[in-house]
Design a protein around this ligand. Structure first.
Ligand SMILES: [Ca+2]
Ligand SMILES: [Ca+2]
Ligand SMILES: [Ca+2]
Ligand SMILES: [Ca+2]
Length: 252
């Protein structure tokens, strides 16, 4: 195991790109602190052939070491093969360990990956609400839209954000609707122009952030290219339904 201490994590993403796990060093642990209630965001991307997974643990016994006591409670992202991994956890201040591990049955030889970590500030005042993540793992791959697509999901304090990736071709457009809510949730649409899997200034194309359980709508998106849609809880756990309403543009 290799251990890296990242110090205090803030909203600016910390990047650990081109990290490598080997057959003899199968685990990397990244230790960090957050000083206020925050959303901890972890994004594991560009995983090479093979399979890597990520887990997040709090230093529950405050001894500065990731031990079996801490491992009794954790948050896991364990997608198959080299799919991206994502964790978004709203939590109080403390010391945490993000553990990236090589999944041996799905891997042979080295497995490299890019890891981004951030701790975004909650929006609003008391009660503190979740905030959009500034990281862009391809958590749910919708792909090239060619017809309407509906997906359902669930967000809560252990999973504050779901990220969908999709693309539009020429002469295609989409309206995106979020409904089926039992508490407040919001959406925003992003184009990662510099392809760094981080939401930089100017990359948020549109958002819909109504209060209460009102449905959200982003309409008439009609430029070809790759997009990310984030669905984020605002005030608690809720199921949701997101609809990508695909249409041909008048030019077609
Ligand atoms: Ca500990
Ligand atoms: Ca995996
Ligand atoms: Ca970017
Ligand atoms: Ca809302």
């Amino acid at each position: 195991m290799a251990l890296f201490n990242l110090g205090t994590l803030g909203s600016t993403p910390v990047l650990q790109n081109n990290s490598t796990l080997t057959t003899t060093d199968t685990t990397d642990v990244f230790q960090f602190k957050i000083t206020n209630t925050s959303n901890i965001n972890l994004s594991l991307t560009d995983i090479s052939a093979g399979d890597a997974d990520i887990q997040l643990f709090r230093d529950a016994n405050n001894n500065g070491v990731l031990d079996n006591f801490d491992r009794q409670a954790g948050i896991v992202s364990r997608q198959a093969s080299n799919s991206d991994e994502a964790i978004n956890f709203k939590t109080s201040s403390g010391t945490f360990f993000a553990e990236v591990s090589r999944f041996a049955p799905g891997s042979s030889g080295n497995v490299s990956y890019d890891l981004a970590l951030s701790a975004t500030k909650p929006s609003g005042t008391f009660p503190l609400s979740a905030s959009f993540s500034n990281l862009l793992p391809k958590e749910f791959v919708v792909g090239d839209l060619s017809h309407d697509v509906t997906r359902t999901g669930f967000i809560n304090n252990q999973n504050t954000t779901d990220v969908y990736s999709f693309s539009l071709g020429f002469f295609e457009g989409v309206n995106i609707k979020l409904d089926g809510l039992s508490t407040d949730a919001d959406i925003r649409l992003i184009r990662d122009f510099n392809n760094n899997r981080i939401v930089d200034a100017g990359e948020e194309i549109a958002s819909s952030t109504k209060g209460g359980i009102s449905s959200e709508l982003i309409s008439n998106i009609n430029k070809s290219g790759d997009y990310f849609l984030q669905v984020t809880e605002f005030s608690g756990a809720t199921n949701y339904k997101v609809t990508f309403d695909h249409f041909p543009t008048p030019d077609a």
